[in-house]
Structure formats: structure tokens, C-alpha cells
Design a protein around this ligand. Structure first.
Ligand code: S3P
Length: 427
């Protein structure tokens, strides 16, 4: 696909689609709660549709219309053995969180996905779930999908120190813990997104968090809710960066989720000299939201590391592009997790942006980016990774001569099907 290039300005207002992490969880809690749950501003994109499909296969009635998703929920004990293996497509969140849910179910299920998902590590979820008493196995006794889960209604609570900072692992354990007899204690390595914890409370359950320690009791019941999903800051990130690096821009992004476990990109933008203001919103959304007005800015390099990383993990590809337009050397470190995302994002970012003229060195756990560089036309690929595809389109806006051709552009459908249309609407 030929990308939009040579932009002299972007102006206008956008409401980005619903948060991907919150959309997945709203289906899960809606299915596991008694009564009706309605979800507004749900992300109707491939990943979240995989979660809906999986729960339908488990016997949960879910209606999808353009404006609302409705779930007729029951409880953990009402899920039914699916007739076939569950295909979760590209969705790491679906497979990992489902493993935690299925760990407490008295039947066997196989979970599989696309080629990218089959390369992603699953031991991080399988090992603690096995310690709780469930049986999980990867293809040919490996840790990779297809994964079979043989759950048990006698899950044991555990005390578990997480070796990786991962909200998917944490959430899988919480879902299993909710079905165990007694209290499970989880120690996080670093604070990660807390949407699962927030939603347990919204659906009438209890979970305690103190610093990096999480305690959750098994045997809780949840009550169906009306959920309004905030806009996804990870999708807004592409426009935050576009507005910052393309000359003469002013963009307003409305109803963006501002959960502090997700706003690392705003801290980095501020540190780099970004020009934006936030108007915190009053709304019926269960997590904080606000409107962000952002303009073109003169940027300087920064270092991003440590506990900041989980707060912006999905934004690192687009932050790398931002850094190519900042004066000085930006260092991203402590981000080895990037290697096990939808693709190896350290290699993908370095390879594709280098083709476009950026000066980037990949490292074992991050990237070193020398700015500021002009970007030039090239033939690039998303590697089937939605966030790499969208990042490359934003990079292409700066190309002044020639064409930028993106292979596997349809990867954006995983999280943002209207991405190219929304971008076109800003002129
Ligand atoms: C997610 C957690 C993160 C993130 C992913 C969504 C979630 O993954 O990268 O896009 O919804 O819990 P990890 O838990 O592997 O860091």
C-alpha cells in the first residue's frame, strides 16, 4: 500500500477507538458476571473480536451492534466446553488471559493463533498456572501455541513473584486466583497496567493492591455493569507523535484514557519538549479520561528506562520515530520485552526506520536513536505488526520526495481499522 507522504500540516479533532486492553477485559468480566453487561465505545478490531469469538464458543451470549456490545453473563461455573479449538488470531492478551480463566474450568481446551502468536513465550503464564494445579502444555511439549489447557475446579492459591513485568501474566493469574480456594498473593516486578484490578472493583469484586503486592480471594461473584471504554492512549500515541513532528500541526484528541499506568508517553513527550495541554474529562467512563490538544514542537533527546518502560511499552516504536526528530541521542533501555511482542520490535523499528534514513542502533534491550534526521522514501514492511505499520505511516508523513510503500498494511486492523481514514481526516 502507498502511504500518505509530504504532509505540511495536520489539523482537526479525532476520537480514537476504545482501549484494547479494557475492551478485552470488559468482555471477560461481562461473561463472568451475573446479569447483563453493556459496553460502549468497545474496540471493534480483530484482537477484541477474537475475545468475543472465544467466549461465544464457551457458550456466552454476546450481541454486537455498531454502538454497543451486550453480554448475557453468568459466572465462572457456567462456561461450557467448546466444540472446537479456540482461534485467537494475533491476540496475545486473549490467549494469555484465557489461559487463566480456563485454568479453573473442568474441561480441556486448545488455544491457537496466527504465526506471530505461535512465536510468543507462554511459559510465563503456564508455569504459575501449573503451580496452582492446572495442566497446560504447548505444541510438542514446548511453551508455544497451540496450547492445551486442562483446568480444574480445585485450583490452589499461590504466592508468586513475577519474573517479568507483564499485565497479561498478572491478569491471567488474577483470573485463576478468582477461581481458587483462598487468597493468592502476587508480587509484581514493576507496576504494569491495572485495568483488571480496576474492573474487578467496577463489577463489585474485591482486590487489594499495596505497592507491587496484589492480594485476591477466590470464590467472588461479579454483577453485570454498564462499561464505557475510554479511547486508547496507545492509538492516540500515533497522532500525538504526528502532531509533534509534522510542521504547523494542531490536533485535539478527545476522550483519551489517562490511567496513570498507561501515560508514560505523555511524560516522555513533556521531557522531550512536546507542546500539549490536557483537559481532564467528567464522564461516566470508569477510568480517567481527558482531551489532549497537541501542537508541533522543537524536541530534544531523552533517556527512557526502568519502571517507565511498562507505562509505555506499546508506544516505544512510535517514540523511537519521535526521537529521530529530536536533537541529540535518545536511549531506550530495559525494554527487552519488545523482542517478544507481535514481532521483534527492536529489530523491526531499527531495520525499517534505517531504510528511511534514520540513524538507529538496536541493542539487547532497546534502541539508541541519533536525531535529528530527515526521512526519505523507501519500501518498508509492518512484519504483520499493527503498531509497526502505523508508526511507519506517521514516519512517511515527513517524506518529501518519492513514495513510501508499506507491505502488510492491513495489520492495522488488529487494533485500529480506521487508522488511515482518521489520518486522512486531519488536514
Ligand atoms: C497488555 C499488556 C502488555 C501490552 C499488550 C496488552 C494487556 O503486554 O504490551 O499490548 O492488555 O494486558 P505484556 O503484559 O506482555 O507486557
Amino acid at each position: 500500500m502507498k502511504l500518505i507522504t509530504n504532509k505540511i500540516a495536520l489539523n482537526g479533532t479525532i476520537e480514537v477507538p476504545g482501549d484494547k486492553s479494557i475492551s478485552h477485559r470488559s468482555i471477560m468480566f461481562g461473561a463472568l458476571a451475573k446479569g447483563k453487561t453493556t459496553i460502549r465505545h468497545f474496540l471493534l478490531a480483530e484482537d477484541c473480536l477474537s475475545t468475543i469469538k472465544a467466549f461465544r464458543s464457551l457458550g456466552v451470549a454476546i450481541e454486537v451492534s455498531e454502538h454497543e456490545v451486550t453480554i448475557d453473563g453468568a459466572s465462572f461455573s457456567h462456561l461450557k466446553a467448546p466444540k472446537e479449538s479456540l482461534d485467537v488470531g494475533n491476540s496475545g492478551t486473549t490467549i494469555r488471559l484465557m489461559m487463566g480463566i480456563l485454568a479453573g474450568q473442568p474441561f480441556k481446551v486448545e488455544l491457537f493463533g496466527d504465526d506471530s502468536l505461535a512465536k510468543r513465550p507462554m511459559n510465563r503464564v503456564m508455569l504459575p498456572l501449573r503451580a496452582m494445579g492446572a495442566k497446560l502444555d504447548g505444541k510438542n511439549n514446548s511453551e508455544f501455541a497451540p496450547i492445551t489447557v486442562l483446568g480444574t475446579t480445585h485450583l490452589k492459591p499461590i504466592e508468586y513473584t513475577m519474573p517479568v513485568a507483564s499485565a497479561q501474566v498478572k491478569s491471567a493469574l488474577i483470573f485463576a486466583a478468582l477461581q481458587a480456594s483462598g487468597e493468592t498473593v502476587i508480587y509484581e516486578k514493576e507496576k504494569t497496567r491495572d485495568h483488571t484490578e480496576q474492573m474487578i472493583r467496577q463489577f463489585g469484586g474485591k482486590i487489594t493492591t499495596e505497592g507491587l503486592t496484589i492480594k485476591v480471594e477466590g470464590g467472588q461473584t461479579f454483577i453485570g455493569q454498564n462499561v464505557t471504554v475510554p479511547g486508547d492512549i496507545s492509538s492516540a500515541a500515533f497522532f500525538l507523535v504526528a502532531a509533534s513532528i509534522v510542521p504547523h500541526c494542531e490536533i485535539k484528541l478527545i476522550n483519551v484514557g489517562l490511567n496513570p499506568t498507561r501515560t508514560g508517553i505523555l511524560d516522555v513527550l513533556k521531557e522531550m519538549g512536546g507542546d500539549f495541554t490536557i483537559h481532564q474529562g467528567e464522564s461516566d467512563v470508569s477510568e480517567p479520561v481527558g482531551d489532549i490538544i497537541i501542537k508541533t514542537a522543537k524536541l530534544k533527546a531523552t533517556t527512557i528506562s526502568g519502571e517507565m518502560i511498562p507505562r509505555l511499552i506499546d508506544e516505544l516504536p512510535i517514540i523511537a520515530l519521535l526521537a529521530t526528530q529530536a536533537e541529540g541521542t535518545t536511549i531506550i533501555k530495559d525494554a527487552a520485552e519488545l523482542k517478544v511482542k507481535e514481532t521483534n520490535r527492536i529489530d523491526a523499528v531499527a531495520t525499517e526506520l534505517t531504510k528511511m534514513g534514520a540513524v538507529i542502533t538496536p541493542t539487547e534491550d532497546g534502541l539508541i536513536i541519533h536525531g535529528k534526521t530527515a526521512l526519505k522514501a523507501a519500501k518498508v514492511t509492518s512484519y504483520g505488526d499493527h503498531r509497526i505499520g502505523m508508526m511507519l505511516q506517521i514516519a512517511a508523513l515527513l517524506v518529501q520526495e518519492g513514495e513510501v510503500e508499506l507491505e502488510q498494511a492491513d495489520a492495522v486492523n488488529v487494533s485500529y481499522p480506521a487508522f488511515f481514514d482518521d489520518l486522512k481526516s486531519l488536514s
